[in-house]
Ligand binder design. Structure first.
Ligand SMILES: Cc1cc2nc3c(=O)[nH]c(=O)nc-3n(C[C@H](O)[C@H](O)[C@H](O)COP(=O)(O)OP(=O)(O)OC[C@H]3O[C@@H](n4cnc5c(N)ncnc54)[C@H](O)[C@@H]3O)c2cc1C
Length: 338
């Protein structure tokens, strides 16, 4: 089934709470519907821009979108293969990511629990390479099924072709705009294997039995206590990616800032939390116009009410400039500017 709307409000479709419209908004419930509507666009020689979205939790609209927004309502979570150790589960792009995690936890499938409560949908998980609490979805994905926009052909893309890296994939780079993801297949474990040595997860679990449910609940509690709820205050989670810098640069900085936190990347590189640098620059809790830096988590930019995309972008620019001036490091948005 295909539902099509014109001059459509995107307010319920972006967690930043931008009050913008799309010239056209189309939702489809099957891969065949998607192929048909792409065929039709070619037949009509439609030239307006296309934007596939999921839950809109990583988008920042600078204004109305003059093209067609496509939203997948393809559902389904099905076991496609299993052996003694693993189960391969194929999920529709339109499934809510956290519903998928809840399903894995209830079925006793291991691997997705640390990624509990990340907003958004299954399709975007494969674009964004979502990650949290030491886990990244690239370690679960085995195959991405997608439709090629220019031909309507269905393609099966193996995980090793997706060029996954920290919050990166080929879908955000070389293949941006080329495919619309319809299904993602994940491989989950059948026997207990937990990774709780990240952040305060271990402390949060102290005194509790180690199960899929307790890990999921602990992750949810920590996230609730740290991150603003987009239903109450517009935001898109971490606004910037944590920069990876040369070890020599890091050592110079550490001489000046001995408490600077860091994560080892490899022999030559170190990752520095962008939120710490933003905090050091005095931005935590501050505002510029109606956009602000969250008062508990400096990595999160928020809409304090009625902010425009331009206001959030101006704040991001000011923050980036201060971090560059103080630490000599460029920080880049994780959020997709539209
Ligand atoms: C409060 C909060 C907390 C967050 N915490 C985390 C976190 O811990 N870790 C993390 O990694 N992220 C986090 N995020 C960011 C966000 O949840 C993820 O980036 C998520 O994957 C976005 O999913 P979405 O469905 O909302 O995608 P959207 O924001 O709608 O789209 C994201 C990108 O994917 C593309 N896209 C979407 N669907 C498709 C499709 N079917 N085919 C092709 N391209 C598509 C879009 O064009 C866009 O480029 C957080 C966000 C919020 C608001």
């Amino acid at each position: 089934m295909i539902h099509q709307y014109t001059d459509y409000s995107l307010l319920p479709h972006n967690t930043f709470g931008m009050d913008v419209k799309a010239a056209s908004f189309i939702e489809y419930t099957s891969e065949d519907d998607l192929r048909r509507l792409l065929d039709e666009r070619r037949r009509m020689q439609a030239a307006d821009p296309l934007l596939p979205i999921g839950g809109g939790s990583n988008l920042l609209f600078s204004g109305d979108f003059c093209g067609t927004v496509l939203h997948s309502a393809i559902r389904g979570i099905d076991v496609v293969r299993e052996d003694d150790r693993f189960v391969w589960v194929k999920a529709g792009a339109g499934e809510v990511w956290d519903d998928f995690v809840a399903c894995c936890v209830s079925r006793g499938w291991y691997g997705a629990e640390n990624l509990s409560a990340i907003p958004g949908e299954v399709g975007a998980s494969a674009v964004q390479n979502i990650g949290a609490y030491g886990a990244e979805v690239k370690d679960l994905i085995t195959e991405v099924e997608a439709v090629e926009v220019s031909t309507s052909e269905v393609v099966h893309i193996q995980a090793d072709e997706c060029r996954y890296a920290y919050r990166q994939s080929i879908f955000k780079n070389d293949w941006k705009g080329r495919f619309i993801i319809t299904y993602v297949t994940y491989r989950l474990g059948k026997s207990p294997e937990f990774h709780i040595d990240y952040g305060n997860l271990c402390a949060e679990l102290e005194g509790k039995p180690l199960t899929l449910s307790t890990v999921r609940e602990a992750v949810r509690r920590i996230r609730d206590s740290k991150l603003p709820d987009p239903r109450k205050q517009g935001n898109a989670g971490s606004f910037f990616m944590n920069p990876v810098v040369e070890r020599s640069h890091f050592e110079q900085l550490r001489a000046l800032y001995p408490s600077m936190p860091f994560y080892e990347v490899d022999a030559a590189h170190v990752k520095i939390p962008a939120g710490w640098m933003i905090d050091q620059c005095g931005w935590k809790g501050r505002s510029l116009g109606r956009a602000g830096v969250h008062d508990k988590q400096a990595l999160v930019l928020v809409n304090r009410g009625g902010a425009t995309g331009a206001e959030v972008m101006a704040l991001a620019k000011a923050v980036q400039a201060d971090v560059k001036a103080r630490f000599g490091i460029d920080i880049h948005p994780e959020v997709n500017y539209i």
